[in-house]
Design a binder for this molecule. Structure first.
Ligand SMILES: [Zn+2]
Length: 204
């Protein structure tokens, strides 16, 4: 028996660079699946750290929430290791090309696309603002959403750098994320979990 579908978590450390500045960052690793197959959300910093969360399961896809380098840097190396397609929203091509000039991703993400892992649907929500191609992944059966850097515990993701837009991220969060049930658990790209309801009242 492949066991129930679950969410596994790790943290890995590295750097984020944009606009000529570099920062130390801790990124969350999220792996969704059962005992036999899974998908990986983002590919930050270190392939070995990601594989430690994957274990011996088959990886169906590497789903990138956006193309900042701290989320995609080891995506091509991970792809080589697990032989799974990298998925990215094409609006993040300019950011992707800042990190990867010699590799492309394999499959385009789009709003409304449904990805299935271990019998569980993941719904792609295009939530531009932090990055033009930023997406969230909603797992209705698991009662959680993976928000990348679009929504954190304490509010929206940063919009101070190139390719970001503060008005757009606010509109994305209100239209796409605040439409989810209040008790939906938010698994973020950095830091602690929150819920849709908690962030809704914080922004009210
Ligand atoms: Zn980011």
């Amino acid at each position: 028996m492949p066991g129930p579908v679950r969410v596994d978590h790790g943290v890995t450390s590295g750097t984020f660079s944009l606009d000529g500045e570099t920062f130390d960052v801790d990124n969350n690793i999220w792996v969704i699946g059962d005992d036999t197959e899974c998908v990986v959300v983002d590919a930050p910093h270190d392939v070995a750290d990601i594989l430690a969360v994957v274990g011996d399961r088959k990886v169906k896809a590497i789903i990138c929430t956006h193309a900042h380098d701290d989320h995609v840097r080891v995506a091509p190396a991970l792809r080589e290791e697990v032989v799974a397609p990298i998925m990215l929203h094409p609006d993040d091509r300019p950011l992707w090309e800042l990190t990867h000039q010699h590799y492309l991703w394999d499959l385009d993400l789009a709003d409304g696309l449904q990805i299935e892992v271990a019998g569980t649907p993941l719904q792609v929500l295009h939530t531009p603002g932090h990055a033009p191609g930023a997406v969230c992944l909603y797992a209705p059966d698991l009662g959680c959403v993976f928000t990348g850097d679009t929504l954190f515990q304490g509010g929206p993701g940063a919009t101070g750098r190139s390719y970001s837009d503060a008005d757009l991220i606010a509109a994305s969060i209100r239209a796409k994320l605040f439409a989810l049930p209040d008790d939906t658990v938010v698994h973020t790209g950095h830091g602690d979990d929150t819920t849709i309801g908690a962030e809704k009242s914080a922004l009210a």
